[in-house]
Design a protein around this ligand. Sequence first.
Ligand SMILES: [Zn+2]
Ligand SMILES: [Zn+2]
Length: 370
Amino acid sequence: MRASTNKCGSHAPHMAAEWKNGNCSAWAARDPSGVLSPYKFNRRAVRSSDVSLKITHCGVCYADVIWTQNKFNDSQYPLVPGHEISGVVTEVGSDVKGFKVGDHVGVGTYVNSCRDCENCNSYLEQYCPQRVGTFNRVDTDGTVTKGGYSTHIVVHERYCFKIPDGYPLAKAAPLLCAGITVYTPMVRHNMNQEPGKSLGVIGLGGLGHMAVKFGKAFGLKVTVFSTSESKRDEAINLLGADNFVISSDTQQMESLKNSLHFIVDTASGDHPFDPYLSLLKVGGVMAMVCFPPSGIKVHPASLNIGARTLSGSGVGGTKDIQEMVSFCAANKIYPEIEIIKIDYINEALARLVNRDVKYRFVIDIENSFK
Ligand SMILES: [Zn+2]
Ligand SMILES: [Zn+2]
């Protein structure tokens, strides 16, 4: 069994020495139990185009659960998760143009790409065949990337983003995955060009609550679809949604048929698609950013009769990330977060699995490693 092989490896004698040495302090999972504990390793020295940042905060994304627990059978332990990183620049390479020491910056879900393919040249680096994820991926120098549950990170400046002064670094962290994941398809489908139009948001977690905030900032009339009545008050009064619908309420769903211009689907679990597609007007767009475990099933009529579009999207390119961060700063859009210390991370991940978070955990890295 693969899981037991991984478990054995993490207890080899040389590991004991390894976790105490290195220029970077972190918390890592050692095996598919996913339990994190203190760990040390070495980050590379700054190269000519690199930026080094002291990490102050790191958001907690469901991806951290997936890979610390080896759910895709490709986890390489010890594994340091975290890809919603914010911090302060401490060193820049000789060729770095965009950043200087002291700048507030963020790093998202990838830290490298070929910078020469069709996708990279179109600032769609997230779809580069050689894209390197921020953790648990082999970088071009052969090292396995380690994420933001750590005290510093070194990245090529292309994968680093300026966080405007005055924007709280704790709140900036979730923009780098949750924020960009919903922002990119919303802009691609012109949801920011047509104030007054109507948007449905399915699911109200880390991604969904940002889709509501962007929707309101774009001037849309926002309806939240949720399975839980308990989220109604916050959806309306905290996040500013105009309407809240329990998705199992067939009467309410029926009354909304052919009424929405757009839907952003962030629901994490398995769910039907036809009932939502039927809510779209002619030509409406349902932008999917979710990964329902059992896949998706759609009746052709749900799309054909009404010329509707069901589209997919994954995070965002570097240009879009910078645009989104700047947009959030200019429009005072802030994720709702619960700040934790790193020694609470195992409880936090368990709560995330149970969807018991409002709406994103952010680790206060700076004050966790003193
Ligand atoms: Zn993520
Ligand atoms: Zn590329």
